[in-house]
Design a protein around this ligand. Structure first.
Ligand code: NAD
Length: 439
């Protein structure tokens, strides 16, 4: 049965296909995930009881390369969500032109309720269940919501034990001493940052005049807030799962990060050395943050945050989607009518998978890059693909998401056509002549 999120993903596919002249067989192949695996993961808890967790791994499409996509630990994980995230990965890898298809994984769990040892047992147990479904040449996981570099290290170690050889290329986003890449930690945010810098040029922005709101203050949210703050942008609102803070003068972002990561509390603070003091800020909800009068809104938490219920009240003229799927299909239409520019997730957050690709290349070659080389290679790809998608948007007079889909579908279709479609296979006579000429 097709769930609501996957239906939304397909609606976007159909919309883009109606704009672009794509072979219908290429579109049809993308409608169906290649394989979906559901597993039960038994975990011995610290108090001696046995708990069974449910996990998923989906291969969406591997025509352009092995499937690639993160693993999410969250109580709301569902097969529908994992399928949709895997679909977006296929499209995303095609948007930035890296040789991967789309995959995704997830476990239904609230990791905040687990001890560190329970979390390690769950992470290893998940890999034990999916080991035959992943591999350096078949399907390569990475971090996503509530999973991090240390968890990737445990997972790589578990997989290596199962296959009885060290296999760093089976997973990306690992700690650097375990074969991780320089620059993978902030890559998702950095890709979005390069998109903003291109927009800055196109729109003649003066950073100190530009007010930014960031929803979600984990990996993606913290790094983008820090990069923009460093360039002089005013980060005026920040939120996490418990709610948000708003300060029209802007936050001292490094201090907020310092306090959030040490206390788990999101507070407006200013730190000098080790001395931190609270500064005034208004408490807001996540819903209020989305509707603030700001110049750039950055959803960096979960999907389905901007919906037909609140889209008309979104004031930001520019949205940079660092989260996957934060805007629903219906909300897209409302925002497009208002003239809002949405830099879509499949482009804005593609920095993560791009540096994951670099990590995989380094693991396979055994030759490791400098941070400068990673940044340079990422910037080159993001700037090139951002400007290409922008030009498709202008030439097709469509929104930027549809333009990114058109770009991805063209790349995907090239691979489908290279294998032959009905155009090739229905020309029997031509084939006979070719075979006769060869014999
Ligand atoms: P993370 O776990 O590091 O951070 C998630 C943040 O979202 C946390 O601050 C959490 O408190 C907050 N949050 C959770 N529920 C929320 C809610 N209901 N409202 C507001 N905030 C909420 O995760 P991350 O890696 O930063 O991922 C964030 C988004 O970016 C996800 O959509 C993910 O799929 C996407 N993404 C991440 C990567 C990556 O490399 N990490 C790559 C591409 C896309």
């Amino acid at each position: 049965m097709t769930g609501e999120i996957y239906k939304q993903a397909l609606a976007r596919l159909d919309k883009a296909a109606s704009y672009a002249k794509i072979d219908p067989e290429a579109v049809e192949k993308l409608r169906h995930p290649k394989a979906c695996l559901e597993v039960s993961i038994p975990v011995r808890m610290d108090n001696g009881t046995l708990k069974i967790f449910t996990g998923y791994r989906v291969h969406h499409n591997d025509l352009r390369g092995p499937t690639k996509g993160g693993i999410r630990f969250h109580p709301d994980v569902s097969l529908d969500e994992v399928k949709s995230l895997a679909f977006w990965m296929t499209i995303k890898c095609a948007v930035v032109g890296i040789p991967f298809g789309g995959g995704k994984g997830g476990v239904i769990v609230d990791p905040k309720e687990l001890s560190r040892m329970e979390l390690e047992r769950l992470s290893r147990g998940y890999i034990e269940q999916i080991a035959s479904f992943i591999g350096p040449e078949t399907d390569i996981p990475a971090p996503d919501v509530y999973t991090n570099a240390m968890i990737m290290g445990w997972m790589m170690d578990e997989y290596s034990k199962i296959v009885r050889r060290l296999s760093p290329a089976v997973i990306t986003g690992k700690p650097i001493p375990l074969g991780g890449s320089q620059g993978r930690d902030d890559a998702t945010a950095r890709g979005g940052y390069y998109c903003i810098k291109e927009l800055e040029k196109k729109r003649n922005w003066d950073p100190k005049e530009i007010r930014v709101a960031v929803q979600g203050f984990g990996n993606a949210g913290q790094f983008i807030a820090e990069m923009l703050h460093r360039d002089g942008y005013k980060v005026v609102a920040i939120s996490d799962s418990k709610g948000g803070i708003f300060r029209p003068q802007g936050f001292d972002v490094p201090s907020v990060i310092h306090v959030k990561n040490n206390s788990k509390e999101l507070q407006a603070v200013y730190c000098e050395g080790s001395v931190c003091q609270l500064v005034e800020a208004t408490q807001i909800t996540n819903e209020q943050l989305l509707e603030l009068d700001v110049d750039i809104l950055i959803p960096a938490a979960l999907e389905n945050q901007i919906t037909k219920q609140n889209a008309a009240r979104i004031k930001a003229p520019v949205i940079i989607e660092l989260a996957n799927g934060p805007t629903t299909f219906e909300a897209d239409d409302i925002l497009q009518r208002k003239g809002t520019l949405i830099v879509p997730d499949i482009l804005a957050n593609a920095g993560g998978v791009t540096v994951s690709y670099f990590e995989w290349v380094q693991n396979k070659s055994g030759f490791y890059w400098t941070l400068e080389k990673v940044h340079q290679a990422l910037e080159e790809i993001m700037v090139r693909e951002f400007n290409y998608v922008y030009s498709v948007m202008e030439s097709h007079q469509c929104d930027m998401r549809t333009a990114a889909y058109i770009h991805a579908l063209n790349r995907q279709a090239e691979a489908v056509v290279a294998m032959g479609t009905h155009h090739y296979f229905s020309q029997q006579d031509t084939n006979k002549i070719t075979v006769a000429a060869m014999s």
